[in-house]
Design a protein around this ligand. Structure first.
Ligand SMILES: NC(=O)c1ccc[n+]([C@@H]2O[C@H](COP(=O)([O-])OP(=O)(O)OC[C@H]3O[C@@H](n4cnc5c(N)ncnc54)[C@H](OP(=O)(O)O)[C@@H]3O)[C@@H](O)[C@H]2O)c1
Length: 290
């Protein structure tokens, strides 16, 4: 594919923010989608569209070669993603790369994994060139705990189960490779870090990087849910389901897709902790976390 134009949905979000420069580094032309008309992303074309607005999405798809489909977690995320994929097919888009999640399954007890599996199944039936990326827990999701980590501790209902959590920079670089090289049609790539780590090991890594003592405390699910009381019930309950899945040891397998597709090993928790150390120090944040 020669200098393809790639539409990035969620371009201002967790993975999208890292994907835009990763695509630029590969020489792709990026069209970044945002709902915010005032948003400027340096060096790329921005297009204003809401996934809930099919006309705006169709306009955003005009003339693109490939799309990266990533929507925020929302109760209607599956429906929004399915409609986007249909609009991409109708627009003649050559390639769709779907951001799903590790262990997506239609019969999963975790609602987010069922929603992702529903989108995957629909995309497979559409007949467009597609690739599915299934990342495990984002290491950057630990930033939600920064408030208490800055005070020396964090808590979650996971016990001593290990998770092969992944840095979003590796998800972005892998997605950029899949979007700009051939041979990925119909593939589903599970994306993980280089090893599975317990939350106690995560605490130790952040402690080493910040030069402070950080303790991980196992927490009962109901106390974790109570700490998430500010979230809507679907999201709070979904996160509790996510953590129960991690606690059962179901998210500990290590896959080599990041290395295979980018040519470099996935970042370790120690890399993440070093690079984000400032976010976990008391001066840098003031917010509370579960
Ligand atoms: N967190 C994890 O550990 C994890 C692990 C595996 C998979 N995932 C999956 O990753 C996906 C993304 O989750 P995230 O929390 O990281 O979200 P995110 O990508 O940071 O989502 C926020 C982005 O979505 C855009 N957005 C919000 N509502 C929109 C709408 N109605 N139409 C178009 N764009 C909209 C926002 O852009 P603007 O405000 O600029 O419009 C923003 O860029 C989810 O599907 C989740 O299941 C997450």
């Amino acid at each position: 594919m020669n200098t393809p134009t790639i539409l990035v949905t969620g371009a201002t979000g967790t993975v999208g923010t890292a994907l835009v420069p990763a695509l630029q580094a590969r020489g792709a032309t990026v069209r970044a989608m945002t709902r915010n008309p005032g948003r400027v992303i340096p060096g790329v074309e921005t297009v204003v569209a809401d996934l809930r607005d099919p006309a705006a999405v169709t306009a955003a798809l005009d003339g693109v070669d490939a799309v990266f489909l990533n929507s925020p977690s929302a109760p209607d995320a599956a429906a929004l993603q399915i409609r986007f994929a249909e609009l991409a097919r109708d627009a003649g888009t050559n390639r769709l790369v779907l951001l799903s999640q590790y262990a997506a399954r239609t019969d999963s007890p975790v609602r987010f994994l069922r929603w992702h599996a529903e989108v995957e199944a629909h995309v497979r039936k559409l007949g467009l060139d597609h690739t599915v990326l299934r990342p495990n827990l984002y290491l950057q999701a630990l930033l939600a705990f920064a408030g208490t980590i800055a005070r020396g501790w964090f808590a979650a209902p996971i016990g001593d189960a290990a998770v092969s959590a992944i840095d979003i920079r590796d998800i972005a670089e892998t997605a950029a490779a899949v979007l700009t090289t051939s041979g990925h049609t119909g593939h589903t790539y599970t994306l993980t870090g280089p090893r599975a780590v317990t939350h106690a090991e995560i605490a130790a890594a952040i402690g080493t990087a910040t030069g402070r003592s950080i303790t991980f405390r196992d927490a009962p699910a109901d106390r974790f849910a109570a700490a998430l009381a500010g979230l809507p019930p679907w999201q709070r309950d979904g996160l509790v389901e996510d953590y129960a899945h991690y606690a059962r040891g179901e998210a500990a397998d290590v896959h080599t897709s990041v290395t295979d597709l980018t040519g470099h090993p996935a970042r370790d928790i120690t890399d993440f902790a070093r690079d984000y150390a400032a976010a976990f120090t008391p001066a840098e944040n003031a917010k509370d976390a579960p």
